[in-house]
Design a protein around this ligand. Structure first.
Ligand code: ADP
Ligand code: MG
Length: 401
């Protein structure tokens, strides 16, 4: 029996799906180190309370206590972006295999990442670490407007600014207040269609990859509260995506990847060439793992678990469908008061829907680009999927009061 330590500060719905997948790998005892309550645990997994599952020392303490009882552990895992450094540090202390701190750092710090990509000759935005307002103005002199200013280790567009003018820059600097202790990252603004490039990589060898298209990019969604974000996975990811396949696999190699689900964001420039934006050495969020599962008609949660625990995957990954997701939200603040035209949407595209989580009346407005709920559609023909997403977001209206 192999003990798998799964670190998860909170047992969110998506987290539970990954835990369940790990539990289903034969010969595995999954112990979840969490600050959340046992009530949210999926059946078959063991609960181990941690005071703060985002701290290396707390993770190590808890892991040691578990390992003393189980006679060791096989590996330590976690899907959350902001604990990847801590997991890597814990691996070293505990003597467990997996991504090491230097590799985790290259995936976690967008500045270190971009320097490594550039050094490998891969296309990525020009960038600079910003430790003072002076650094920021100098970057503008070098690169010109527009630029993007963000924390080096952000997620979910947190404190991410598109800076088009000097006034925008003043506002961004007033918020980020860069200093040597509080570094920000400035990047040249890249124009192009934003996409994902996701892989399942085992010992540096990609065994699965995926391309998804964002409509529009997350920053535009954050800047416009009414936009209902959509993502679709085209059925065919043929020759037109060869440039990102080449650059994407090379990027993972340049960052030193061993075994992980990876999630890359990249821009497809008007001439078709890719610019790599960022890469995470963990599965994507925003229901992407479900979306990939629907497109390939098999559980990618399970594929992740087998890759991470057994170091292998079973069967083939055939792209049988295009799959798409629309995140439901609307203009306004407060709590969800009404959802209009759901029945009309159901009449028009209901036959394509495979999964949905509808907004709940009375819930406070969510702060992120994933909105109040989502609808997933799939069909063998990509065009049917993109048309269905257009219909969905043109029809369903979420109101707040
Ligand atoms: N250099 C850039 N050029 C254009 N858009 C950018 C750039 N950097 C970030 N963005 C936009 O901001 C979003 C969030 O930035 P990102 O670096 O992906 O951080 P996060 O970790 O918050 O996802 C991106 O998805 C993209 O829409
Ligand atoms: Mg991102």
């Amino acid at each position: 029996m192999r003990t798998v330590l799964f670190v998860a500060p909170f047992l969110l719905e998506a987290t539970v799906k990954f835990i369940q997948a790990a539990v289903a790998v034969p010969g595995t005892r999954v112990v979840v180190l969490t600050q959340d309550e046992p009530g949210r645990m999926p059946p078959g997994a063991w609960h181990w309370k941690v005071s703060d599952a985002t701290r290396t020392d707390a993770i190590v303490d808890a892991a040691r206590q578990v390992m003393a009882r189980t006679g060791g552990a096989h590996c330590i895992l976690g899907i959350l972006e902001n604990i990847q450094d801590q997991l890597a540090e814990a691996r070293v202390v505990l003597g467990l295999p997996g991504i090491t701190p230097d590799v985790a750092r290259r995936f976690r710090d967008k500045g270190v990442m971009k320097s490594a990509l550039r050094a490998a000759g891969l296309p990525t935005a020009r960038h600079a670490r910003i430790r003072s307002t002076h650094d920021a103005w100098r970057f503008i002199e070098d690169v010109g407007y527009p630029v993007v200013i963000k924390p080096p280790d952000g997620a979910g567009c947190r404190a991410t600014y598109q800076v088009n003018t000097a006034d925008d820059m003043k506002a961004a600097l007033a918020d980020l207040r860069p200093s040597p202790e509080r570094e920000a990252l400035a990047e040249e603004f890249i124009t192009g269609d934003e996409h994902s490039f996701d892989t399942l990589t085992i010992d540096g060898q990609p065994v699965f990859h995926n391309v998804g298209r964002y409509l529009p990019g997350p920053l535009d969604v954050m800047r416009n509260e009414w936009i209902q974000w959509c993502v679709y996975l085209p059925r065919e990811i043929g020759a037109e995506f060869d440039p990102i396949r080449k650059a994407g696999f090379a990027a993972n190699r340049a960052l030193g990847l061993g075994t992980a689900f990876t999630h890359m964001e990249w821009f497809r420039r008007p001439d078709g060439s890719p610019v790599i934006s960022e890469v995470g050495a963990r599965p994507p969020g925003a229901q992407f793992t479900s979306l990939m599962s629907w497109a390939h008609d098999r559980s990618m949660y399970s594929a992740w678990a087998y890759a991470m625990i057994d170091g292998k995957v079973h069967g083939t990954f055939d792209r049988k469908y295009s799959a798409g997701i629309a995140f439901l939200r609307g203009a306004g603040q407060g709590t969800v008061s009404r959802i209009d035209n759901l029945e009309e949407a159901h009449r028009k595209i209901g036959h394509l829907v495979v999964e949905a989580k509808l907004p709940v009346v009375g819930r406070p407005r969510a702060s992120g680009y994933e909105g109040e709920g989502y609808v997933i559609v799939r069909h063998p023909d990509t065009r049917v999927v993109t048309d269905a997403l257009s219909t969905l977001i043109a029809t369903v209206r979420v109101h707040y009061a």
